[in-house]
Design a protein around this ligand. Sequence first.
Ligand code: CA
Length: 225
Amino acid sequence: MKILVIEDEPELADVLVRSLERERYVVETAADRPAALLKIADHDYDCILLDIMLPGGSGLDVLRELKALGKSGNVIIISAKDSLDDKLTGLDLGADDYLTKPFHIAELNARVRSVLRRKALGGSNALTAANVRLDLDDRSVTVDGEPLALHRKEFDMLTYFLLNKERLVSRGSLAEHVWGDHADDSGDLDFVYSQIKNLRRKLKQSGAAVEIQAVYGIGYKLVEQ
Ligand code: CA
């Protein structure tokens, strides 16, 4: 997943980049309007964080250009301006979400995940990999159409893996997403091991054609077999 941060305040840009990289996204930056226009013309991004007040012009122009290029999706506007006009114009132009500065990084991470999730889901509310289908509405899982019973945390873990299919998930971020922000404060993530073990066993027993691979020293990756 590749994210472009368009932000001219170096300190904020730096915080955004570091926190998004911790979430294992690939992050690029642009600090003014001309640089942003070059980036969006040359590359595709899964998500763009867009500041409105930029040197050399408005972020809304960048959004217009994105739309003209047919790349208008997955934009989160981050702006100090909280005027309703800007917000409505941004959303009208195809922005997916809007965050007013200052915001908490956890809030931003949640918005990014939500935007990416909507993209991954393509409008439906189910996640799939090989013969596994997970329905977020009724919190059910099927393998080849047969129900698979999972405990709550197992379900949450599988959701997170499916949202990050074929992508490295660190144990810390898995713990944070499934057990909450303070999960890794203790530094002891052994409970993740045992839950992963249970989830793997259930997937295997049900004939699921996916595998949760361990990436030594880092975390896990869900792959289709
Ligand atoms: Ca700015």
